[in-house]
Design a protein around this ligand. Structure first.
Ligand code: 4AD
Ligand code: MG
Length: 428
């Protein structure tokens, strides 16, 4: 059975059997205390001389950190034990004694990244992986309930979406292929069939910036919906972020405790979020002492300052057209701005979503491409979508890893990814 099943009053005085790995061990005369962990929790095991065979006692004695082990024993309640219960071993079986485990207390973040294949076993990483799962589950529950279909776009693509500077090129049978920066264009194609679609897929960015929020491969949750406008998309995102925050609170209290998150910061993620036009956010930045031009592409540092004192996410809408890629739809009343939005997470975390309305008129799309010195021929199939019953539509892309970094209150994006990929890291 699993450790969590043992930690219950109904188990007291019964015989249980657990399998797992030695998390801690210490010896005290005739007693050996082992803390055993499995995927669910940790529990203290007491091996007493005489209660098991001499061979078993010797094995328990030799069981160092990460030894794989199975014990059978009787449960008792024990306030002093790490999780409140204790197993008094009657049988001990070792699967493999571990070599000297390299991870001890107070290792640097860099070392823990080098040894990530082993650090995954830590309580912190285990907690984070469980929270990741909750986030992904709740995205799927939420989207299904809203009538969205999940789809699988390709990862090898023939062109860029978010600008040439962050494209990864890969050889492809004598041709050039790229790793996708965003599945948006494919979602737009799916949309003409399924109307409301989403995907949770990797996106790749050849990011040279070494910030606390940039990966070269990240989990991208993107959606696209026909007949939906910019404000309506923002409404959906607001509900969705609240739903995710709530499900973390209800499913992962223990995990949030392990990463030392202040639960009140998640509880305060309520409706309504702040909604400001781009210019208002520039003004907020200036009030906080930032030197900002009227048209500034906000980076990690600026967003950190701007969002520091906020308790809820901020929608920033209608950016200057020149700051955004060609596909964003200029406001017909004010073409110098596009009908888009970013979502900035509070507490200094900054951008987690980019989205908005797409240009759905073919000629307008082509002319915006030419303005940006792009060749419409390179986007033949994307333009082609506007030739057969085009419709107004909107979408967004959310960085799952950034969202979790914020919700878990961590200081670096690579803490929420099992095997983070950055400019300097391809292993393990
Ligand atoms: O703002 P971005 O570049 O927008 C797009 O890719 C749109 N095509 C999405 C869409 O409308 N379907 O990226 C969207 C989000 C960002 O807000 C950020 O959360 C995340 O993706 N992101 C990254 N996360 C981690 N590492 C990186 N290098 C990231 N680049 C973007
Ligand atoms: Mg963006």
């Amino acid at each position: 059975m699993h450790v969590n099943d043992v930690l219950d009053d109904s188990r007291v005085d019964t015989l249980v059997n657990v399998r797992g790995w030695v998390y801690r061990s210490r010896e005290s005369g005739q007693l050996i205390f082992l803390v055993i962990r499995d995927s669910t929790n940790i529990v203290q095991v007491v091996v007493e001389k005489g209660a098991v065979t001499p061979e078993e006692f010797e094995m328990a004695k030799k069981s160092n950190i990460e030894t794989s082990i199975e014990v059978e024993g009787k449960v008792s309640k024990e306030q002093k034990a790490v999780t409140g219960y204790e197993i008094h071993a009657t049988k001990v079986k070792v699967y493999q004694f571990a070599e000297n485990f390299p991870i001890t207390k107070d290792k640097s973040d860099e070392f823990l990244l080098d040894i990530r294949h082993l650090w995954l076993r830590s309580r912190e990483m285990t907690a984070i992986m469980k929270m990741r799962e909750t986030v992904l589950d709740s995205i799927r529950d939420f989207m299904r309930e809203r009538g969205y279909h999940e789809v699988q776009p390709p990862m090898f693509v023939g062109g860029m979406v978010e600008g040439g500077s962050t494209l990864f090129e890969v050889p492809y049978f004598g041709e050039k292929a790229y790793l996708t920066q965003s599945s948006q264009f494919y979602l737009e194609a799916f949309m003409y069939s399924l109307e409301s679609v989403y995907t949770i897929s990797p996106s790749f960015r050849a990011e040279k910036s070494r910030t606390r929020r940039h990966l070269t491969e990240y989990s991208h949750y993107e959606a696209e919906a026909a007949w939906v406008g910019n404000q309506q998309m923002m409404d959906l995102e607001e509900d969705m972020i609240i739903a995710i925050a709530q499900s973390l609170l209800s499913s992962n209290k223990g995990e949030l405790e392990i990463v030392k998150r202040d639960l009140n910061k998640i509880k305060s993620v309520e409706k309504p979020f702040y909604r400001y036009r781009y210019e208002k956010v520039i003004e907020i930045g200036r009030q906080k002492g930032l030197q900002l031009d009227d048209v500034t592409d906000l980076g990690e540092k600026e967003e950190r300052t701007i969002t520091e004192d906020f308790d809820k996410p901020i929608f920033v809408y209608n950016f200057p057209t020149e700051l955004k890629p060609f596909y964003h739809r200029p406001d017909p009343q004010d073409p110098s701005h596009v009908m888009n939005h970013d979502v900035l997470a509070p507490e200094g975390y900054g951008e987690i979503i980019g989205g908005g309305e797409r240009i759905w008129n073919k000629d307008e799309l082509i002319s915006r491409m030419r303005n940006d010195n792009l060749n419409p021929e390179d986007y033949q199939w994307y333009v082609d979508l506007r030739s057969f019953g085009s419709v107004p539509h909107s979408g967004f892309g959310l960085g799952v890893d950034r969202l979790l970094t914020w919700l878990a209150g961590l200081d670096h994006i690579n803490k929420v990814v099992p095997f983070p990929r950055t400019i300097r890291r391809l292993k393990p």
